[in-house]
Design a protein around this ligand. Structure first.
Ligand SMILES: Cc1cc2nc3c(=O)[nH]c(=O)nc-3n(C[C@H](O)[C@H](O)[C@H](O)COP(=O)(O)OP(=O)(O)OC[C@H]3O[C@@H](n4cnc5c(N)ncnc54)[C@H](O)[C@@H]3O)c2cc1C
Length: 290
């Protein structure tokens, strides 16, 4: 049995008032925090703040070329969003790969980011989109690039009294293709052994104008591979180029051996996945030009 007090926040103002208490932690969908408390793998909070009634933090909208997603938006809601299907299909693929239907019905995007797992599936596509998170407290609001938000396994730059209110990114420009690929130990209900997401923008001459390459499960946090991005930029897409990018990327990742896979297997798989992801994203970007 989990022994702690649960307070239900009825408004964001009430949430920030309760969050001032040092041992209070947010309970969103509970799919990470409750198993963690049962297994004693996290420090048990004295107070849990149930935020499930804060419907104002569950939305997906577009305004002046920017997409905003409320932190309490569930994965199930994300994967049925026509707006995200049009502008962020890799994020949809990533969220669709999380757990089971039941997990996706409860689990939220904000929870996936704040749990800060190196294997968090929503993070690589959001890194490619250069997402920014908005952190709110009773007297302040600040924006942090997602690439600076997760600072270690299970660690974020959230400060005492702050919560993640929403995630934002610019609508990708035209001629852009994206993809997300994940390798697990089985096809469904599997935590990533390696995941990758790429975003490619093709110019009028058919060259790669802009590339973003991100990985999960190959470093203490999900990461961008700046070496692969540089290797791709300005070049014509080809199998040879993708193979070179996969070699260059190895300088950016540092996977570990664990119960899911060995370091060697992850190094090899990351290269294979990246080449496939680049092929898919470039094909999409080229189709977008027709
Ligand atoms: C069976 C199963 C399979 C899973 N498979 C996958 C998978 O394949 N890929 C994957 O990435 N994840 C997977 N997960 C993990 C999980 O479902 C996701 O990380 C989920 O998105 C977490 O969201 P939540 O709302 O449940 O978070 P919670 O468990 O409620 O919270 C997680 C942490 O974030 C904090 N938090 C939550 N929301 C906020 C906020 N707005 N502001 C500040 N702090 C906040 C909480 O205090 C807690 O520390 C799986 C989980 C289960 C149980």
């Amino acid at each position: 049995m989990i022994d702690c007090e649960v307070n239900v926040a009825k408004s964001c103002t009430e949430l920030t008032q309760i969050l001032i208490e040092p041992s209070a932690r947010i309970l969103a969908g509970g799919t990470d925090i409750l198993p963690g408390m049962r297994k004693n793998s996290i420090i048990k909070p004295i107070t849990l703040i149930d935020v499930s009634q804060l419907n104002e933090l569950s939305y997906i909208c577009e305004h002046e070329g920017q997409i905003d997603i409320g932190a309490l938006t569930t994965h199930s809601k994300l994967i049925t969003s026509p707006l995200l299907l049009q502008h962020a299909p890799a994020l949809i693929d990533a969220c669709a790969s999380i757990g089971s239907t039941q997990t996706r019905n409860r689990g939220t995007l904000g929870g996936n980011l704040c749990n800060a797992s190196p294997a968090a599936d929503s993070v690589p596509p959001l890194l490619c989109l250069e997402a920014v998170v908005t952190l709110s407290s009773h007297d302040n609001q600040r924006q942090v690039p997602l690439s600076d938000f997760i600072i270690g396994p299970g660690q974020t730059c959230l400060q005492q009294g702050e919560y993640l209110s929403h995630i934002s990114f610019a609508v990708p420009q035209k001629h852009t293709g994206t993809s997300f690929m994940k390798l697990g130990r089985r096809n469904g209900m599997s935590i990533a052994v390696v995941s990758t997401s790429v975003l490619i923008c093709i110019d009028q001459n058919g060259n790669i104008e802009y590339a973003r390459v991100a990985f999960g499960s190959v470093a203490p946090t999900p990461i961008l591979s700046h070496h692969a991005e540089t290797a791709l930029t300005g070049k014509t897409p080809s199998a040879q180029l993708f193979s070179e990018a996969a070699q260059t990327m190895l300088t950016d990742i540092n996977p570990i051996d664990d119960l899911r896979a060995s370091r060697e297997y992850r190094l090899h798989s990351a290269g294979v996945l990246l080449q496939r992801a680049l092929q898919t994203a470039c094909h999409q970007a080229e189709m977008d030009m027709r």
